[in-house]
Design a protein around this ligand. Structure first.
Ligand code: C2O
Ligand code: CU
Length: 501
């Protein structure tokens, strides 16, 4: 087993050129289009073809903080989803993988032991970390090859609810995801218990793998054509998100369990419980509600918002919401209803006696007031300082199901022109969606502000919608901006953002 020493990674940073950016997965899709090759026949997808990478800086924890060390083994696993047993890939044989927890200012030293039959990496979604630890193969690091180990070392500057997953192919749609919670040393508290809730759409090991799904989508012959026919019929009025996802999933999970045998969280009546909800799905937007309760939304993508009450909220792929609930007495269903798709994910919150609701329970809150990110206002502490933008770039989303190509600024990743910014600039991103689907747009290494000032790293952009984001260019490197529908990203809906010289 080869150990990849950090020293070997400390090569000088070289300029990232368009020619070097050839996405493996995209390479596949492109080959498929041009030459009819099967996407499944290509080598492991990667996101670029650089062979030298930014150096990992020497880091130490902030004063008074500590080093959090952990080894994660990515490997094949047979996992019980609470009934269905599936062959999949997972971290430490768990779905979700083991939760990582740190305090803002800590140094994380995470070793990945790759026991998968494929290259992998880990991307620490939402963390404003240094570029070399960002986990984008061919851009920030060489892929971690089967049988080798790789050490990520980075500071976690901002408290909040995050998660991590590979940045290779459709691996996120296997079991390779887990929460990363960064506690606030200055946390005012205000809650008695905390429950981390990870949502997922599940297909792996049910007769198809995510690679099969992607191959069928790119071949244009999959049963996975939900994007064209999956309009929402939930009775919520105008479907706000257009066509539902591209993939039909047999299961929806909360914390790795199907609704028939849900996870049960125990608490006491009257307690205030903080729910940290993470959407780790690959192709599914959910509506989340807790039966018999109003939710007070306090954070989005880790950053504070002015607390606001709602019955339910929408959460796109890659988004996180923190909510506080004041618990009643009884057994309450926490549901995540997939937008425009059949089925649901379920967990239970038990604070008293009583029978558990059934797998298909549909609390009335799901049809009540459903909050979206645009309804939020930022907490004062989350605001970017007022400033005029120094530069503006466009991020134009396009694509369709057939041929299955998704693009940014007129071409799929590898053939589009990287965006550029200079360190210190306030950059405006003019994002426009020229498709009939909603896309969760995610930016690496930065947390942008919506027009309202709300800070996020992933935002749902609806069909034909145009929005303006602003970010402070304070984290030099080469970063990805992409759709967090993992199949769209693989099919090209990504673009690089680089810092000038
Ligand atoms: Cu969670 Cu590049 O994404
Ligand atoms: Cu998309």
């Amino acid at each position: 087993m080869a150990y990849v020493h950090l020293a070997e990674q400390r090569t000088p940073m070289t300029r990232f050129t368009r020619r070097q950016v050839v996405l493996g997965g995209l390479g596949l899709a492109g080959t498929g289009l041009l030459g009819g090759c099967s996407p499944a026949s290509a080598p492991g997808p990667a996101h670029g073809t650089r062979t030298s990478f930014p150096a990992q800086p020497a880091l130490s924890p902030a004063p008074g903080r500590t080093v959090v060390e952990k080894t994660l083994t990515a490997g094949r696993a047979t996992v019980d989803l609470g009934g269905p047993r599936v062959e999949t890939w997972a971290y430490d044989q768990l779905i979700p993988g083991p939760e990582l927890r740190a305090t803002a200012g800590d140094l994380l030293r995470i070793t990945v032991d790759n026991q998968l039959p494929a290259d992998t990496t880990i991307h620490w979604h939402g963390i404003a970390l240094h570029n070399a630890a960002d986990g984008v193969p061919g851009m920030t690091q060489a892929p971690i090859t089967p049988g080798s180990r790789y050490e990520y070392e980075f500071l976690v500057p901002d408290p909040g609810t995050y998660f991590f997953h590979p940045h290779v192919g459709a691996q996120l749609d296997r079991g390779l995801y887990a929460p990363l919670i960064v506690d606030d040393p200055a946390e005012p508290g205000g809650y008695d218990a905390e429950w981390v809730v990870v949502l997922d759409d599940w297909v792996d090991g049910t007769g198809r793998t995510p690679d099969d799904v992607f191959a069928a989508l790119t071949a244009g012959n999959g049963s996975d054509s939900g994007g064209m026919g999956g309009m929402d019929h939930s009775g919520m009025g105008d479907p706000p998100f257009g066509n539902a996802g591209d993939v039909t999933y047999p299961h929806f999970l909360i914390n790795g369990r199907v609704p028939a045998t849900p996870e049960t969280f125990q608490a006491k009546p009257g307690q205030r419980v903080r729910l940290r909800v993470i959407n780790a799905a690959s192709d599914t937007i959910f509506t989340v509600a807790l039966g018999g309760h109003r939710l007070t939304v306090t954070h989005s993508d880790g950053f504070g918002v002015e607390p606001v009450e709602t019955d339910a909220f929408y959460i796109g792929m890659g988004e996180r919401y923190d909510v506080i609930v004041a618990l009643g007495d009884g057994v309450f269903p926490l549901v995540a209803v997939p937008f425009g798709k059949d089925g649901q994910a379920l967990a239970l919150l038990r604070s008293g006696s009583g029978p558990a609701p059934g797998a298909s329970v549909r609390p009335s809150e799901v049809d009540g007031q459903i909050l979206q990110a645009s309804d939020l206002r930022p907490a004062q502490s989350a605001r970017l300082p007022q400033r005029q933008p120094d530069a503006s770039v466009q991020v134009q989303l396009s694509g369709q199901m057939s041929p299955y190509v998704w693009a940014i600024n007129g071409a799929p990743f590898g053939r589009n022109t990287p965006l550029e910014v200079s360190a210190g600039q306030r950059l405006q991103l003019r994002v426009s969606n020229r498709t009939m689907m909603t896309h969760p747009v995610h930016v690496h290494g930065h947390t942008f502000a919506l027009a309202s000032g709300v800070r996020k790293d992933t935002v749902l952009v609806r069909p034909m919608e145009a929005i303006t984001l602003e970010l402070q260019a304070d984290n030099p490197g080469e970063w990805m901006i992409h759709c967090h529908n993992i199949y769209h990203a693989e099919a090209g809906m990504m673009i690089a953002l680089g810092y000038r010289g």
